[in-house]
Design a protein around this ligand. Structure first.
Ligand code: AMP
Ligand code: MG
Length: 539
C-alpha cells in the first residue's frame, strides 16, 4: 500500500485499539520464551505466540462487546478482524502471553494447570477508561498445554460464545465473548473418551473480561511457598480491579476477600435463579472478579432437578450438580482463603469472611426467590415453608423450571377454582401433563392456593407483580438442545442459528413472539442425546 493511500475503515478501527498491558508490565514473567511444556516458577505468565492457522472464517461476533472495545461494527466483518482474532496477525501493542495458575479439580489439588489453550493478546483501555483483557481460546500450544493440543473445536466454542453473551443479557456477572471464528483446520477429539475419536472443525473464541485471574492464580504460588509473587499478584489485583479498596495492606487484603465472598455469593444466586449449572466448578474456573468463567460442560435445567449435572465426567459423584453449587463456591472460597493466608497470617478474620458468604447467599437467595414469586419481600415466617414446599412441588412430576416460573406470573387470585383450572395456565410447564395423577394435581394445586393467598396478602396490583416476575424469570435461556441445534447446523456450514440464538438471547426477558419456538420445553429427541443432556470436558 502506498503511504498516501486511504486506509480501509477496518484498518483504521482495529489499529486504533488502545493497548495498555498492565498485567505483563507489572507482574513477574517467566524468563523462558520457548514454547515447550514445563513447570513455571515464581511467574504469573509466559510470553507465547498464537499458532497461525490456515483459513480463518468469521462465524459470529457480538456487537455489544465490539462496542465495549470501541470497535466499529464495520471492522468486525472484515478480513483483518478475522486474521487478528484467530491469532494469525498481531496488532501494534499486543503482547501475547499465557497465565500460570493451579487448581483443585473435583476436590483434589491438581498442581500447575495454566492457560493450556488460552492466549491473552493484551489489555485495552476504552474511551470510557475501562480496562478489557482480550483472550483467544483455542489458539495453540502454550507452556501450560500439558498433554493437550492447545486447540478448541467448533462445538465447544459455539457453546462458550453463545453462553457468555446469554449470561450477560440475563444479568449474570460473566466474562464476555467478542468473536467466534473457524480456523479452517480439523482437530481430533474423542468426545466421551471412549475410543471413538473424530475430526471436528477447529475454532477460536475471543473472550473479553477486565481480568481472567482465577482462585487458582493465587493457589499456585502458595502451594509452592512462593510468597513474593503471591503478594505481587494480590497487590496488582487490588490496585487494578479493586481501586476503591485503597492501597494494599493486610486490612485491605481482608476487605478484598470479603468483597469476593459477597460477589461470589451474588453470582451463585443468579445461577440458581436462571437454572444454570456450571458443570466444572474447579478452583481454576473461579474468577476473582466474581464472574462466571470457563464455559465447558455447563447446562441449563430443563425439568427441575437439583441433583442434575450435564457433565458426564461428574455424573457418579455429582459434585457440581445444580443444588450443590452454593456449597462448592464456599469450599472454593475456603481454598482461596488458604492460598492468601500467608499474606494475612490470621485465621479468624478469614473465617469471618467465609461466614459473610453464607449470610450474603442466604439473603440474596431469599430476595431472589421473592422476585421470582412476585412478592414484595421475603418474609421468613410464611415464605420459608412456601419455598420449601415449592421445591417439592417442582419435583413431583417433570416440570420445566423456566416455563413454570414464567407462567406462574399469569396466575390470578380468583374465587373457587377447581384443581384443573387452577393448574391450566401452567400446563405448558409439564413434560407429561397427561401422566399427572390426581394426588400430584392436588398437591400442586394446594401449593398454588397457598401461593395465591400469599400474593393476595401483599396486595400488589396484578400487572405490577407480573412485570416484577417477568424481570426475574427469563422466557428464553440457552437450553442445551438449542445450543446443540446451532452446533449441528454450524458443523454443516450454516451459521444462521448461532446468530439467531445470539439475537434471541439479547432480550431473554422480553416476549419476542417471533421467537416463540425457542421458548418451548426440551423436545423428546433431546432427552438423551449427546450435547443436549450429556456433555464431557472434551472440548
Ligand atoms: P478446563 O477443564 O477447560 O477448565 O481445563 C483445565 C485445564 O486443562 C486448563 O489448564 C486448560 O487450559 C487445560 N486444557 C483444556 N483443554 C486443553 C487443550 N485442548 N489443550 C491444552 N490444554 C487444555
Ligand atoms: Mg478452565
Amino acid at each position: 500500500m502506498k503511504a498516501d493511500a486511504p486506509k480501509q475503515p477496518t484498518d483504521i478501527f482495529l489499529a486504533t485499539l488502545n493497548f495498555d498491558n498492565a498485567f505483563v508490565r507489572e507482574l513477574p514473567a517467566d524468563p523462558d520464551r520457548s514454547n515447550r511444556v514445563r513447570q513455571v516458577h515464581r511467574a504469573c505468565y509466559s510470553r507465547v505466540q498464537p499458532t497461525p492457522v490456515a483459513a480463518p472464517q468469521l462465524v459470529a461476533y457480538a456487537a455489544e462487546v465490539a462496542e465495549l472495545l470501541d470497535l466499529h461494527p464495520a471492522s468486525c466483518a472484515g478480513e483483518e478482524f478475522a486474521q487478528v482474532f484467530v491469532g494469525n496477525h498481531l496488532l501494534p501493542g499486543m503482547d501475547p502471553y499465557a497465565c500460570c495458575y493451579g487448581g483443585h479439580q473435583f476436590g483434589n489439588w491438581a498442581g500447575q494447570l495454566g492457560d493450556g489453550r488460552a492466549i491473552n493478546l493484551g489489555e485495552i483501555i476504552n474511551q470510557r477508561g475501562q480496562r478489557w483483557a482480550l483472550q483467544l481460546k483455542g489458539a495453540g500450544l502454550t507452556p501450560y498445554s500439558r498433554r493437550g493440543d492447545g486447540l478448541a473445536v467448533l462445538r465447544s466454542s459455539v457453546r462458550e460464545f453463545l453462553c457468555s453473551e446469554a449470561m450477560y443479557h440475563l444479568g449474570v456477572p460473566t466474562t464476555r465473548a467478542l468473536s467466534l471464528l473457524l480456523t479452517g483446520e480439523q482437530v481430533t477429539r474423542d468426545m466421551f473418551y471412549d475410543g471413538h475419536p473424530k475430526q471436528e472443525p477447529g475454532a477460536v473464541v475471543c473472550r473479553v473480561a477486565p481480568s481472567f485471574t482465577r482462585f487458582g492464580s493465587f493457589q499456585i504460588f502458595s502451594s509452592r511457598n512462593e510468597i513474593e509473587p503471591l503478594r505481587q499478584l494480590l497487590d496488582y489485583t487490588i490496585r487494578t480491579d479493586f481501586p476503591h479498596l485503597g492501597a494494599p495492606s493486610v486490612a485491605v487484603y481482608l476487605q478484598w476477600f470479603e468483597e469476593l465472598c459477597r460477589s461470589t455469593a451474588t453470582m451463585i444466586v443468579h445461577w440458581m435463579r436462571i437454572g444454570f449449572v456450571h458443570g466444572v466448578m474447579n478452583t481454576d474456573n473461579m474468577s476473582v472478579l466474581g464472574l462466571t468463567i470457563d464455559y465447558g460442560p455447563y447446562g441449563w435445567i430443563d425439568d427441575y432437578n437439583p441433583d442434575w449435572t450435564p457433565n458426564t465426567t461428574d455424573a457418579a459423584g455429582g459434585r457440581y450438580r445444580f443444588g450443590n453449587q452454593p456449597q462448592i463456591a464456599l469450599w472454593n472460597l475456603a481454598q482461596l482463603a488458604n492460598a492468601i493466608y500467608p499474606l494475612i497470617e490470621q485465621t479468624e478474620p478469614l473465617e469471618a469472611a467465609l461466614q459473610i458468604y453464607g449470610g450474603c447467599y442466604k439473603q440474596g437467595w431469599q430476595a431472589m426467590m421473592a422476585q421470582k414469586l412476585g412478592l414484595k419481600c421475603f418474609e421468613a415466617d410464611t415464605d420459608l415453608p412456601l419455598t420449601a414446599e415449592l421445591e417439592n412441588v417442582l419435583q413431583l412430576v417433570e416440570t420445566d423450571m423456566t416455563i413454570f416460573y414464567r407462567k406462574l406470573a399469569e396466575l390470578t387470585p380468583a374465587g373457587d377454582q377447581d384443581d384443573a383450572s387452577l393448574l391450566a395456565p401452567l400446563r405448558e410447564a409439564y413434560y407429561q401433563p397427561e401422566a399427572m395423577t390426581g394426588d400430584n394435581q392436588r398437591q400442586i394445586a394446594a401449593w398454588l392456593r397457598s401461593y395465591l393467598q400469599r400474593v393476595a396478602k401483599d396486595g400488589l396490583e396484578r400487572e405490577v407483580r407480573r412485570q416484577r416476575m417477568h424481570a426475574a424469570n427469563p422466557k428464553y435461556v440457552l437450553r442445551n438442545y438449542l445450543a446443540q441445534m446451532a452446533i449441528d447446523k454450524a458443523e454443516a456450514g450454516d451459521h444462521s442459528l448461532v446468530n439467531e440464538l445470539l439475537q434471541v438471547m439479547r432480550q431473554p426477558y422480553a416476549e419476542q413472539p417471533e421467537y416463540e419456538e425457542f421458548a418451548g420445553k426440551r423436545p423428546e429427541w433431546a432427552r438423551h442425546r449427546a450435547g443436549c443432556s450429556m456433555l464431557s470436558c472434551s472440548s
